[in-house]
Design a protein. Structure first.
Length: 165
């Protein structure tokens, strides 16, 4: 480190000496006597004074710290809770929509169950042809054309394609 020098001058020594003298010369303050205020005496004479109960011992309560400020984790949990609540509402709507669609599907299935399927003979003939000609399925072209024509006619007459299968 660097070399430091301390210079002590005579003026510094005299100043320090004067400060010491000033401290010795200081006067201490005398406490002022307090004035006693006399309370006016009551006109009525007091009967026996009430018994004085001793003060209860001091009760020490534990120091409870202030509740900590909400941490970011709590805010994240609250945000997730809001998203979950919204998702549950959407899920409930989807369940209602599913129930309505199921009812509609059941209704349509009952309507179709009462109607006979068109082209059942042509369909059975086409399937039989494919079973008998597994090596050469091109031989079933005529059976497929008959089934196709029957389905086309059934569609035009008001039958549904689902009924043809």
């Amino acid at each position: 480190m660097g070399d430091y020098t301390i210079r002590i001058s005579t003026s510094l020594i005299e100043q320090l000496a004067r400060d010491d003298e000033k401290q010795v010369k200081r006067r201490t303050r005398k406490p002022k006597p307090r004035k006693v205020v006399e309370q006016p005496e009551d006109i009525e004479p007091k009967s026996s004074p009430a018994p004085v109960l001793p003060f209860p011992p001091p009760m020490y309560l534990p120091v409870t710290p202030a509740p900590p400020p909400p941490s970011p984790a709590i805010q994240v949990v609250e945000a997730i809770g809001a998203v979950v609540a919204e998702s549950e509402k959407v899920l409930e709507k989807l369940h209602k929509k599913e129930a309505m669609m199921r009812e509609e599907l059941t209704k349509r299935a009952k309507e179709l169950a009462g109607n006979p399927s068109p082209c059942t003979d042509e369909r059975a003939g086409c399937a039989e042809c494919y079973r008998s000609n597994m090596q050469d399925p091109l031989k079933c072209a005529e059976a497929v054309k008959r089934f196709e024509a029957c389905v086309r006619m059934a569609r035009r007459s008001g039958g549904a394609m689902g009924a043809a299968q």
